[in-house]
Design a protein around this ligand. Sequence first.
Ligand code: ADP
Ligand code: MG
Length: 267
Amino acid sequence: MSRIIVVTSGKGGVGKSTSSANLGMALAKLGRKVVLVDADFGLRNLDLLLGLENRVVYTALEVIGRECKLDQALVKDKRQPNLSLLAAPQTRNKTAITAAHMKALVEVLSRYFDYVLVDCPAGIETGFQNAIAGAKEAIIVTTPEISAVRDADRVIGLLEANRIKDIKLIINRLRPAMIQNNDMMGVEDVLEILSVKLLGVIPEDEQVIVSTNKGEPLVLAEKLISAGQAYMNTAMRLDGKAVEFMDLSVRKQSFLARLGRFFQGKP
Ligand code: ADP
Ligand code: MG
C-alpha cells in the first residue's frame, strides 16, 4: 500500500523542506521507493536541499500541462536510486495548477512509489490547498515556539476539515539547554497544546545548515549523529518500526537527561 503524505506547518521556516528531504532520503535508505513532490511553487527548495538543481529539466507544471511525460520530470537521485524528485516550477503563476491537478498527480505517483511525500509551501492559501489535495496523511512540523505551535494548531484544524485525520508531529530545532532553563517549551508542553501523535523530535543542529549548503541531507552520512540520527529514527517510526522513544511520563529532569542520551544515540 502506497502512502501519500503532506509535510506541512502553520508558520514558515520551521523546517518542512529540511524534514521532507531527510525523511525522503532516510526512507529510501530503508529500501522504500520514495518520490518527493515540491509543492512550494515559485520557490525552489527541495532540488537545492538534495543537490539536484542542475538536473531539473521539467517540473510538475509541464507534467500537468502535458508538455512532458511524468517519468521525464522525475529526477532520480544518483546516491540513492530509491529516491526521486518532482521539482517545483519557478513560475509564480500558481493559478495554472489546481487542487484537482495535484490530486490526480499524486495519485498517479502513488502507483509507482511506496511513499509520495509532498513538501508544502508556507501559508494556508491556494498553495496549501493544492499541496494537501490527494494526501491521506499529514506530518506537521513545528518548532517549540508559541507562535509556531499556535499556527500548527490552526493547520491541524484545517487538515481535519479536509478529511485528513492521520496527523503526526515533528518538533524541530529543540534546544534541551534552553528547555532546562525554562526558556523554551519542551516536548510535553507542545504535545499538551497539539493533541496529535509525536513522530519525531529533531534537535537544533548547525550541521543542518552545512548539509543544506552542500545539497546533502544529513541522513546520507554513514555515521549518523544528532539531527541526522533523529531524522533516521523519525523515518523508521513513520515506516512502522518501533524505535525507542523518550518516555514522556517521567519527571522533567530525568526526561531531559534521557533526551540528551537520545540525541547522542546512546541507549
Ligand atoms: P520551511 O521549509 O518550513 O520553510 P526549511 O526547511 O527551509 O523550512 O528551514 C528553514 C531554515 O531553518 C533553513 O535555513 C534550515 O537550514 C534551518 N533549519 C531547519 N531545521 C534545523 C535544525 N534542526 N537545526 C538547525 N537549523 C535548522
Ligand atoms: Mg520549504
